[in-house]
Ligand binder design. Structure first.
Ligand SMILES: Nc1nc2c(c(=O)[nH]1)N[C@H]1C(S)=C(S)[C@@H](COP(=O)(O)OP(=O)(O)OC[C@H]3O[C@@H](n4cnc5c(=O)[nH]c(N)nc54)[C@H](O)[C@@H]3O)O[C@H]1N2
Ligand SMILES: Nc1nc2c(c(=O)[nH]1)N[C@H]1C(S)=C(S)[C@@H](COP(=O)(O)OP(=O)(O)OC[C@H]3O[C@@H](n4cnc5c(=O)[nH]c(N)nc54)[C@H](O)[C@@H]3O)O[C@H]1N2
Ligand code: SF4
Ligand SMILES: [Mo]
Length: 705
């Protein structure tokens, strides 16, 4: 046997919101194994298969190590300074000629899992002064953020379920057993849900599919996609009609308005629309109101639909009406070691809604961003303010945003495009320059964003595991290099060049150290370094009214925006014949980007069409056969999976596939290419209130291929 020098190191997994502790055993520069860290007080040894694949990401031969510049049909490696200078000269020239709004930015999901992008990335990308700022937010949690802003006064004040102390967990439009939880950082949700049942509590799932989470619940109820707002309004109706409203100690405005808004929404009316029986609707409202520690948790299924704004608002409002907002076992606000509110303000992430609108189709701004639904038209439409250049950072909008083919065509026509990304994928292959950052194992990490949504207050610092190669650059270094070449942000004032020089020497650690020291737990990086498994800072605590950022320190139960939007809901009737489409997530996947790990993609194809046996039979579709799925936007063909786990009238396709596009340099992913559901989703279908894309509930035609 060969003698080896193996050592084990403790870190956080940065791949999803669960923030599991991992124990990584290495031999020199090689990862020997990645296991769950039994001594992490929060994740207690749990990890999912993606955590293990951290090793694959690090060793992936397709991961870029140096900047590349497009050269005809191929790519040419260049030095960092050459790449930075090239990007800056192109962007500066475009800005000088066409103005600052001609440069667009798209920030993707891993931005929230990357300390460098959370700090320096925001400094660069939020201070360019462009109205054309985009992110995955409008494909995701925008309705929750809007509700937080309008009801609690700050877009980051999104409350989380106190799952460990709840005795009734109603789960609407979320599948945490596949997603590992979202706006609910809770490693090993499966055990946490099991614990609810073991202490005599109940778990109820409302979902158009009997999901992995539903399989482990006490009760699963099918709900028609896109109808949650009707269900929730009928629950509000029942609460008022049966005298079950109890706000407790919270001072709130809008109670009467909310009552009036719900008068016409009887459970019988909502039953016609939602497919949930009137008896079940009453039962849900009563159970929530009469269980001392209970919570209604709604996530992406309620956000990314045509009534996402209303549904997200009503989820929060119902928790408040039943006395579960800011109470133990209910929906609570966290006390993270790094308070994200001052940090976000410092980095230029100000709240605000509809302060301006998009140039072409007048869609509302949120937090300084426009919804992705308008990105293609803002590139295509000539005139003052037309987008000429694009910076993408940690995002893959060609696969993740509806209307992918239109977006890729638009990107290909840009004067200049640069991507900060480790891979040549469906989006970045269209860039002129790609700037690849270090791997997660080569950089330090602190979950400044996700800890703010954790079901316990926790803190953990991960130093870099491997020293970075001298030719590699961290995301923060890339952002800083561009920032210094693209000019200084105005909001930091006249001394901002000094700030830049100073920041250049620092890196993200001192920023986090300062935030920890001034945070509510008075921690420091030194204290966290001394606790490699992480610190448990205790259960969530009631934080209202102090934490409210509303002007009068009262809860806003019925903001005017929502009351106006209810007119749209009034038009919703019984469903038409035909099929509507929903998505789904799989434990061994991560949006569009971890399909280059063999261990994650092996096995039967996962990019399939799920369809109910009755709907399959009426279309002569057999399990394992092929179906053609089409909309007015496009058509794709997929293998068929016939299952009664899906509601009749509903079909399901996962997102993030479609790696067969020309020029993609992902060897493993291309062999498991699948098709992109966003090739057929219509980008024009949105939640009119918030601008969020409707990723669920769109009508599709299905026939035998
Ligand atoms: N139909 C449909 N579409 C959806 C969804 C859905 O449910 N259905 N879900 C939506 C949701 S919730 C989201 S969040 C979006 C996600 O959409 P996006 O954020 O646009 O895309 P991701 O698939 O997360 O791609 C992440 C990109 O970041 C790169 N990357 C990974 N790590 C790093 C890093 O550390 N630094 C840098 N610079 N780059 C990195 C990867 O190579 C990849 O290119 O998709 C949305 N799209
Ligand atoms: N394994 C894995 N984990 C992930 C990701 C991933 O791609 N793969 N992505 C990460 C990201 S970016 C996010 S945002 C989170 C999302 O985390 P979750 O919100 O838990 O996302 P999903 O697993 O897609 O669950 C959404 C559920 O909503 C249901 N649904 C669809 N339409 C409707 C509807 O109209 N009404 C109701 N009530 N339900 C509906 C779907 O059937 C699905 O079961 O997951 C994160 N974690
Ligand atoms: S659940 Fe999320 S954080 Fe935990 S190991 Fe898996 S990907 Fe990493
Ligand atoms: Mo997301």
């Amino acid at each position: 046997m060969v003698a080896t020098m193996q050592t084990t190191h403790y870190r956080s997994c940065p791949l999803c919101e669960a923030t599991c502790g991992v124990a990584i055993t290495v031999d020199g520069n090689r990862v020997v194994s990645v296991r769950g860290d039994d001594d992490d007080p929060f994740s207690r040894g749990y990890i999912c298969p993606k955590g293990t694949a951290l090793a694959d990401l690090h060793a992936d031969p397709d991961r870029l190590k140096r900047p590349v510049v497009r050269d005809g049909d191929g790519w040419r490696e260049v030095g960092w300074d050459e790449a930075f200078d090239l990007v800056a000269s192109k962007l500066n020239a475009i800005r000088a000629r066409h103005g600052k709004h001609a440069i667009a930015v798209y920030q993707g999901n891993p931005s929230a899992h990357n300390l460098g992008l959370l700090t320096y990335g925001q400094l660069l990308l939020r201070t360019l002064g462009t109205k054309n700022s985009y992110s995955a937010t409008s494909l995701d949690q925008l309705p929750h953020m809007l509700a937080a802003l309008l009801m609690f006064g700050n877009q980051l004040l999104m409350p989380v379920p106190d799952i460990d102390r709840s005795d009734l967990f109603i789960c609407l439009g979320a599948n945490p057993l596949a997603s590992n939880g979202s706006i609910m950082t809770a490693p090993d949700v499966k055990s946490r849900l099991k614990a609810i049942r073991e202490r005599g509590g109940r778990v109820i799932v409302l979902d158009p599919r009997r999901t992995e989470t539903a399989e482990k619940a006490d009760q699963h109820v099918f709900i028609r996609p896109g109808t949650d707002a009707a269900l929730l309004l009928a629950m509000v109706h029942v609460l008022f009609a049966e005298n079950l409203v109890k706000l407790g100690r919270l001072r709130a405005n809008g109670l009467d308005e909310l009552r009036r808004a719900s008068t016409q929404w009887t459970p019988e009316r909502a039953a016609q629309i939602t497919g949930v029986s009137a008896a079940d609707i009453r039962e849900l409202a009563r159970a929530l109101a009469t269980t001392k520690r209970a919570v209604l948790y709604g996530r992406i299924g309620v956000c990314t639909q045509e009534f996402g704004g209303l549904a997200a608002w009503l989820c929060y409002a119902i928790n408040a009406l039943t006395g579960h907002l800011d109470e133990v076992g209910g929906l609570m606000f966290t006390t993270p070691a790094v308070d994200p509110l001052p940090l976000a303000a410092m980095l230029g992430f100000d709240g605000g809604f509809d302060r301006y609108r998009s140039r072409v189709s007048q869609k509302p701004e949120f937090g300084g961003e426009l919804p992705v639904t308008v990105l293609a038209e803002e590139i295509e439409t000539p005139g003052q303010g037309q987008i000429r250049a694009l910076i993408t950072s940690a995002g893959n909008p060609v696969l993740s945003a509806p209307g992918g083919p239109r977006l890729e065509k638009a990107f290909a026509g840009l004067d200049f495009m640069v991507s900060i990304d480790p891979y040549i994928n469906e989006t970045t292959r269209l860039a002129h320059v790609i700037l690849p950052p270090t791997s997660p194992l080569e950089r330090s990490h602190y979950d400044a964003a996700l800890n703010a949504f954790a079901v316990r207050n926790v803190a953990k610092y991960s130093p870099p595991l491997f020293e970075r190669d001298e030719h590699a650059r961290h995301d923060w270094e890339i952002c800083l290099a561009l920032w210094t070449r693209l000019g200084t942000p105005r909001h930091l004032g006249p001394g901002s060049w000094l700030v830049q020089r100073l920041l250049g020497k620092l890196g993200p650690e001192p920023i986090i150290d300062l935030a920890l020291r001034t945070g509510p737990h008075r921690l420091s990086l030194a204290k966290l370094r001394a606790a490699p498994h992480g610190l448990d800072l205790g259960p969530l605590e009631s934080r209202l009214p102090k934490r409210l950022a509303t002007k009068d320190k009262a809860l806003q139960l019925a903001p005017e925006r929502y009351l106006q939007d209810l007119a749209r809901l009034d038009l919703l009737g019984s469903p038409a014949d035909g099929l509507v489409l929903i998505g789904r997530r799989h434990l061994r996947s991560n949006n569009s980007w971890m399909h280059n790990s063999e261990r994650l993609v092996k096995g039967p194809p996962r990019c399939t069409l799920m369809i109910h046996p009755d709907d399959a039979a009426s279309r002569q579709l057999a399990d394992g056969g092929r179906a053609r799925i089409s909309t007015t936007t496009g058509a794709i063909e997929l293998p068929v999976e016939v299952t009664d786990a899906i509601m009749p009238g509903v079909v399901s396709i996962p997102h993030g596939w479609g790696h067969g596009r020309r020029g993609v340099k992902l060897r493993v992913a291309s062999e498991h290419a699948g098709e992109s559901v966003n090739d057929i989703l219509d980008p024009a279908r949105i939640d009119e209130l918030s601008g969020t894309s409707a990723l669920t509930g769109q009508r599709v035609e299905v026939r035998r291929a």
